[in-house]
Design a protein around this ligand. Structure first.
Ligand code: J9Q
Length: 251
């Protein structure tokens, strides 16, 4: 899978990519990630990448020419990408389904926007889509670009060592995770649920499924509409709903 990231802060993006699962996958050549310094695509002495907004007002706007030049060079040297993503708080929020779709494209360019804005012609004629990572203000699109790379890269076969854990992940299964414990079996008077120490695998699986359903019902009931639920799951859920303590308005 190829990624090309265009940014005015290449070091901010390069350093995290060298670590962890993504760093390992780059070493193993499962991921081919290039980071491009936007200033390399300017033509003036001061390497200016932004300018004052037409019509006046505060702040600066990212100029279109360096961004268009960067994408042209990437397309010429690395092939035409399947998507040119602009990180932006105005786009639809990143989901697991978005990450799967981007993975299937095989090659994506990510343009890191700055907080104050990007010339509209970049959105309209260069980017093929905008993606937000959530409703909060950031200084720029570098952290969103890293989030997108991480979420997409994990779905590339071989990147995560344990393929089983990828298909069991929350947003792949549509349910939150069940509670996990490790040794010691008792810590400061807090015991691990005895079923997990019992060795009864069928019972353990049933307990885990119930706890995943309980957690999802409690914390993210919105996820239950799209989750794939067996008749057994639906029965468990009904039981949990009946047993659930009523909550007052203040809780
Ligand atoms: C570029 N706030 O915020 C949330 N998702 C993306 C962003 C963002 C931002 C500023 C610049 C992206």
């Amino acid at each position: 899978m190829k990624f090309d990231i265009v940014t005015i802060f290449p070091k901010m993006v390069e350093a995290p990519l060298a670590e962890g699962i993504v760093g390992r996958a780059i070493e193993r050549q499962l991921l081919d990630i290039r980071v491009h310094d936007l200033r390399e695509f300017t033509t003036d002495r001061h390497r200016v990448v932004d300018d004052m907004p037409f019509g006046g007002g505060p702040g600066m706007v990212m100029k279109p020419e360096p961004l268009f030049k960067a994408v042209e060079k990437i397309a010429a040297e690395r092939g035409r990408p399947g998507a040119v993503v602009l990180t932006s708080p105005d786009g639809p929020a990143l989901t697991h389904a978005t990450a799967e779709r981007l993975r299937d494209l095989g090659h994506i360019v990510i343009l890191c926007g700055r907080y104050e804005g990007v010339d509209e012609r970049v959105r309209a004629h260069l980017a093929t889509e905008e993606i937000s990572i959530g409703d909060y203000v950031l200084s720029g699109g570098e952290l969103p670009a890293l989030v997108i790379v991480d979420a997409v890269a994990r779905l590339v076969p071989g990147v995560v060592g344990d393929e089983q854990s990828v298909v069991r992940d929350t947003f792949a299964t549509g349910l939150l995770d069940f509670p996990q414990y490790t040794r010691p079996a008792e810590f400061n008077g807090m015991a691990v649920p005895p079923v997990l120490l019992s060795g009864h695998h069928a019972e353990i699986e049933r307990w885990r499924r119930r706890e995943a359903l309980r957690r999802t019902l409690e914390r993210r009931p919105d996820l239950l509409t799209d989750a794939t639920l067996s008749p057994d799951d639906r029965a468990l859920l009904e039981e949990l709903r009946r047993a659930r303590p009523e909550r007052s308005a203040s809780e």
